[in-house]
Write a protein that binds this ligand. Structure first.
Ligand SMILES: [Zn+2]
Length: 340
């Protein structure tokens, strides 16, 4: 098959389009013909190289996949079945998995992280990772859905327990998590504030349902949130930017507010004023991916039409390096998808 692989870490130029052996499947696994695979920031981190995680080389990235089943070594799935893939891999046997908290499994992994992923014509996955797609959903939008929407769902619904009528601030509306979080918050009856760095992105955030938008290059977003909420602040902040925005994000919280973070794109160190934390009864919540059950819950709204992943661009698989550059420079609004 053809695939994009890297043999060493570095810039986008290490991504090579090449001929590689087809993956073989064992019991309980399926082989899927990839039709579309979306990019995630994870792809950039692993390509550059990580301090605490060793990526097996050569490596095929890609966590968000839609395609057709070629072969399934088990029951329940016919060849040709259109599917999208659960990006979370877990053992299925431990207490966390059996309690429905599979993203807390000690063996938890993400498709394409330490295993070979979907920047390829074929990918293998456990049978339980197959999610059937109705004919109304295209491969490109399906590939753009799983990782960011399960992440946003876990952050807002499970961790922050967002309530109807609450105010939610979503940072970086143009990011994959940002566009998903605006939609999931709206779906749960929240009023959404969003930040972005250009007027085009702010317009798109408004179209997705953001009530107020803030240009974070032109305005101090914490001051702006306090002004827009009559100094009250917001109930939930969706954080994934990290060091650059952390202090301002904390300042946006209303009494009883929850800050949820799933990333640290600009750096991992952040300070907390403990007096502010206890006196205003704030919560700081970590969030990592989401469970298989949460993805299936979100998928019902995707199939029903009330959650729609925003696709920034779809490009051929062979142009993965160009696609990485676009994501790295933050030029996108929504998901960049590779077609194969
Ligand atoms: Zn487990």
């Amino acid at each position: 098959m053809h695939a994009i692989r890297f043999h060493g870490h570095g810039g986008p130029e290490v991504l090579r389009y090449e001929e590689v052996p087809d993956p073989g499947i064992g019991p309980g696994e399926a082989l899927v013909r990839v039709r579309a695979c979306a990019l995630n920031h994870l792809d950039l981190h692993q390509r550059r190289g990580l301090q605490r995680v060793t990526i097996p080389l050569p490596h095929i990235p890609g966590s968000d996949v839609a395609g057709e089943v070629v072969a399934a070594a088990g029951d329940g799935m016919e060849a040709g079945q259109r599917v999208m893939l659960q990006p979370g891999l877990s053992c299925g046997r431990c207490a966390a998995c059996l309690s429905g908290r599979d993203n807390e499994c000690p063996r938890y992994d993400i498709l394409g992280y330490r295993s070979d992923g979907g920047y390829a014509e074929l990918v293998k996955v456990p049978l339980q990772n197959l999610i059937p797609l109705p004919p109304s959903i295209g491969f490109i939008e399906a590939a753009a859905f799983p990782l960011t929407f399960v992440t946003a769902w876990h952050m807002l619904v499970t961790r922050a327990r967002v309530q109807p009528g609450e105010d939610v601030l979503v940072l970086a509306a143009g990011s994959g998590v940002g566009q998903a979080a605006i939609q999931v918050a709206k779906l749960h009856g929240a009023r959404v504030f969003a930040t972005a760095g250009s007027s085009r992105k702010l317009d798109l955030a408004r179209q997705l349902g953001a009530h107020e938008v803030i240009n974070h290059h032109e305005q101090d977003f914490a001051d702006e949130i306090r002004r827009l909420t009559n100094r009250r602040g917001v109930d939930v902040v969706i954080e994934h930017v990290g060091e650059a925005t952390w202090s301002a994000s904390m300042r946006c919280l209303a009494a009883g507010g929850r800050l949820v973070t799933c990333g640290a794109t600009t750096g991992p160190s952040a300070a907390i004023d403990l007096r502010f934390l206890f006196s205003r009864q704030l919560s700081v919540l970590g969030s990592y991916m989401g469970t298989k059950g949460e993805l299936l819950a979100a998928t019902r709204f995707f199939v029903g039409g009330s959650l729609k992943p925003v696709v920034d661009a779809a490009v051929p698989l062979a142009q993965a390096a160009e696609a990485h550059r676009r994501l790295e420079e933050g030029r996108q609004f929504g998901k960049i998808v590779l077609e194969c």
